[in-house]
Design a binder for this molecule. Structure first.
Ligand code: UD1
Length: 369
């Protein structure tokens, strides 16, 4: 079985790492290569993760870089088509919901190559979110749909996907978290910021809906300044957000590496460093998808600065609350956490560190080799 594994952006790397590891247990049955589209290219957004996760270097880097959605998607398709024609894989595996996921799915399917989507069936039902468009296009085309939870299974069924295409395997991102949890717990990062376990928050922010509009971004930063009076916040800033903060002239609210009203802005952190900070945090504030899941497993309260989530299981069973991006709502949720108002929750079914193994076993069974 010749497989091309695809990654493109930061949240893809921790999902693909355990899949590659599981594939390596079947060397006589699976030959695989790793293609990086180059959607994320900064050292801190890309290479650092390969090191942290012990992932093999990509065999092929398409180096597509940034651009508008159409430009980026088109460039990935043009370059990935060449790879498919040259490598002639039996199967392409894509993960998550970034532009690379969708672009490579369309390209492979048009060449008659089977495609498997890991993390299928998630739906925010918000078509203003580019990722929702990527998810829908990807799932409708894919041959094998690997899901993380029962909501995803239901979504696919409701869209008329035949049962035999749906494989409920659990969460590969959590495979990675459980594998590195112990290692991350041994780091010591808090001293440099004078932090103590349970007495700070972490923050990530990068969604266009939060950072591309000046008034929205300013409101969020105001809420954060207020929270930071009681609870210092560590903020590894995404390049997109840094760019927008500068463009809108809001840098005075966040000054690089210096403590301003309790907010510590840093470059994007490595996987282990950030896991270390999250596992010891009093709360996590985020608009990311993956962090909603990671905090659920870590039992750390998560305040999600979005209007909706494609991961409702983290609210229903885990520690997540959806608060949107208005200042008062963010503040109210943070206060509630500080008063002990958000409970621990439980770990969803099959988020047990064995998802990648289930995926590889299922593929070997269905591909019948
Ligand atoms: C992408 C994904 C998003 C994911 C996020 C995680 C899509 C549509 N979005 O968003 O789902 O949550 O990654 O980080 O695929 N930039 C750099 N260096 C980089 C990469 C990006 O400076 O290595 C800057 C560029 O200015 C670029 C901007 O960030 O224009 C946006 O990058 P892009 O890949 O389009 O989307 P993200 O916002 O990173």
């Amino acid at each position: 079985l010749r497989i091309v594994n695809v990654v493109g952006a930061r949240p893809n790397f921790m999902k693909m790492a355990p899949i590659i590891e599981a594939m390596n247990r079947y060397p006589e049955r699976i030959r695989h290569i790793l293609v990086h589209t180059g959607q994320h290219y900064d050292e801190k957004m890309s290479r650092a993760f390969f090191n942290d996760l012990g992932m093999p270097r990509p065999d092929i880097d398409l180096e597509v870089g940034s651009g508008s959605h159409a430009e980026q998607t088109a460039r990935i398709m043009v370059e990935f088509e060449k790879v498919c024609l040259r490598e002639k894989p039996d199967l392409v595996i894509v993960v998550g919901d970034v532009n690379s996921t969708m672009a490579c799915t369309i390209t492979a399917k048009k060449l008659g190559i089977r495609v498997a989507h890991v993390e299928a069936g998630l739906r925010s039902r918000d078509m203003n979110m580019p990722e929702e468009i990527n998810r829908l296009c990807t799932d409708v085309l894919c041959d094998y749909l690997f899901t993380t939870d029962r909501f995803a299974n239901e979504n696919l069924r409701n869209e008329g996907v035949p049962e035999k295409k749906i494989f409920f395997v659990g969460n590969v991102m959590i495979d990675t978290l459980l594998k590195h949890r112990e290692m991350a717990s041994r780091l010591n990062l808090m001293d440099q910021w004078g932090l103590e376990p349970g007495k700070y928050a972490t923050l990530t922010l990068h969604r266009p809906s939060n950072v591309d509009d000046r008034a929205t971004l300013e409101g969020i930063l105001e809420a954060l300044s207020e929270i930071a009076r009681d609870l210092p916040i560590v903020f590894p800033i995404h390049p997109r957000t840094r760019k927008m903060v500068e463009q809108f002239g809001l840098s005075h609210r966040l000054s690089n590496g210096n403590q301003v009203r309790g907010i510590w802005v840093t470059e994007p952190l490595g996987y282990l460093e950030f896991l270390h900070l999250n596992m010891n945090a009093r709360m996590v504030l985020t608009d990311s998808g993956g962090l909603q899941e990671e905090t659920t497993v870590l039992g750390v309260p998560c305040i999600t600065l979005r209007e909706n989530t494609e991961r409702p299981i983290t609210c229903e069973e885990g520690t997540n609350v959806i608060v949107g991006n208005r200042k008062e709502n963010i503040l109210a949720a943070a206060r509630k956490v500080l008063q002990g108002g958000i409970s621990q929750g439980k770990v969803p079914e099959k988020w047990d560190g064995k998802a990648a193994e289930r995926i590889v076993k299922a593929l070997l069974a269905v591909e019948d080799l």
